[in-house]
Design a protein around this ligand. Structure first.
Ligand SMILES: [Zn+2]
Length: 182
């Protein structure tokens, strides 16, 4: 338990970010592995308490990106068992990689929002159109035919900028803290 507490902050950030990136079941798998060290696929499915096939699918997704790793154990009779565990020595690098990936995606979205002017029919079920798309459609919504109005995306832009700056702040604090502990 002592050991788990030492790793607590790194693993907590890891769990949170895997959850944001790969969904709640993936986050749960990280949490259970952090708590128990290493588990077989069956044990993992039981502890997570989710559908076995679904757990197996998420394990595969996580493993294919190196977010969890397996250890092969052969007993005296030659029976092979695979145990899943967290790549704890690589958690810092993986967290940093995931943060960068999410920040990149947000920056791409920010670029798209700032570089385009949008037009919209105001129906939340219909998509916004860029200026060139709106021109092609004679400023009518291709779904409902209503007149397209200029859409003010400044609030959305502000929200994306806020997310990016918050993520940068967390990333900086986390890694500065990790360094000062050495
Ligand atoms: Zn419409």
């Amino acid at each position: 338990m002592e050991e788990w507490n030492d790793k607590n902050s790194a693993v907590y950030v890891y769990k949170k970010i895997v959850e944001a990136y790969k969904g709640p079941l993936a986050g749960k798998i990280i949490e259970v592995l952090a708590e128990h060290g290493e588990l077989t696929e069956d044990e993992l499915a039981e502890k997570v308490g989710a559908d076995e096939a679904e757990v197996r699918r998420v394990i595969w997704v996580l493993a294919s990106e190196g977010l969890i790793v397996s250890k092969k154990v052969v007993n005296e009779t030659g029976w092979i068992t695979f145990y899943w565990q967290l790549p704890l020595d690589q958690v810092d690098g993986l967290v940093l990689g995931l943060y960068r990936h999410i920040i990149d995606r947000l920056e791409e979205k920010l670029r798209y929002e700032t570089e385009n002017i949008f037009y919209w029919c105001m129906d939340p079920n219909h998509s916004r159109l860029t200026f060139s798309e709106a021109t092609e459609n004679m400023f009518r919504c291709p779904v409902c035919g209503k007149t397209l109005m200029p859409y003010d995306n400044s609030e959305l832009i502000a929200a994306i900028k806020y997310c990016i700056s918050e993520m940068r702040k967390i990333m900086k604090d986390y890694f500065v803290e990790e360094k000062s502990e050495e």
